[in-house]
Design a protein around this ligand. Structure first.
Ligand SMILES: O=C(CO)COP(=O)(O)O
Length: 241
């Protein structure tokens, strides 16, 4: 039985005060959320401590948006696994397309971060996905297989989540057709040693399309950007039918 993981990636949005305000509006909706769904918030680093304190006793798990592979060291601007686990963080997003595009993340550094996350007790969420240009050139399958091959070298597949995020569907309102997302996620699963790794879809997930997305047999959850920033909208997503 594969786990369902619904995650909000807040990217570089929300101050601490705003994150606490979100929580006040969001928590009551969780009373309707079926137990077996893992609900996850991935806020900016500066919100993690405050949220961790306020979440005490709640079922929400916390995820970071990046992690370095070393335990500590002279790596200005980076954060280590032990720094995150100490404050109750359980997950971390690795290799998001925005990290690959703007901050020089490569399959090799993604691999190091995945292994580093696992070494210090975090569950990484590996993001893969193609650009519009790659899709139009018929390269979607080969690109994704290559991202998985290189990213997952010596990575423990018992402690892993994967997110399929077609780059052209991120923040555009242009969701990948659900059957196509299901097909690519099936392809991702066929490449794995552990077929029970939860695989999410990400890219313009909204209250209006969540039910259709989650009805697809290969899709085990969603990684939500914009629609996770408002309590009512994210509540509708976690409480999908
Ligand atoms: O990048 C995403 C989640 O990691 C998706 O962002 P949107 O939901 O805003 O398209």
């Amino acid at each position: 039985m594969r786990k369902i993981v619904i995650a909000g990636n807040w990217k570089m949005y929300k101050t601490q005060a705003e994150s606490e305000e979100f929580l006040q509006g969001f928590l009551p909706h969780l009373q309707e959320t079926p137990e077996e769904r893992e609900i996850l918030l991935c806020p900016p680093f500066t919100d993690l401590s405050a949220l961790s304190r306020n979440l005490h006793g709640s079922r929400i798990q916390l995820g970071a948006q990046n992690v370095h592979w070393a335990e500590f060291g002279a790596y200005t601007g980076e954060i280590s696994g032990p720094m995150l686990t100490e404050i109750g963080v359980r997950y971390v997003i690795v290799g998001h397309s925005e990290r690959r595009q703007y901050f020089g993340e490569t399959d090799a550094t993604v691999n190091l971060r995945l292994k580093g996350a696992q070494k210090f007790g975090l569950t990484p969420i590996l993001c893969v996905g193609e650009t519009k240009q790659q899709r139009d050139a018929g390269e979607t399958e080969s690109l994704i297989i290559s991202q998985l091959d290189k990213g997952l070298i010596n990575v423990d597949q018992e402690n892993l989540v994967i997110a399929y995020e077609p780059i052209w569907a991120i923040g555009t309102g242009d969701t990948c057709e659900t059957k196509e997302a299901n097909r690519v996620i099936g392809l991702i699963r066929s490449q794995l040693k552990n077929p029970n790794v939860p695989i999410q879809y990400g890219g313009s997930v909204k209250p209006s399309n969540i039910d259709e997305i989650m009805a697809q047999p290969e899709i085990d959850g969603v990684l939500v950007g914009g629609a996770s920033l408002e309590p009512e909208s994210f509540a509708r997503i976690v409480n999908y039918h």
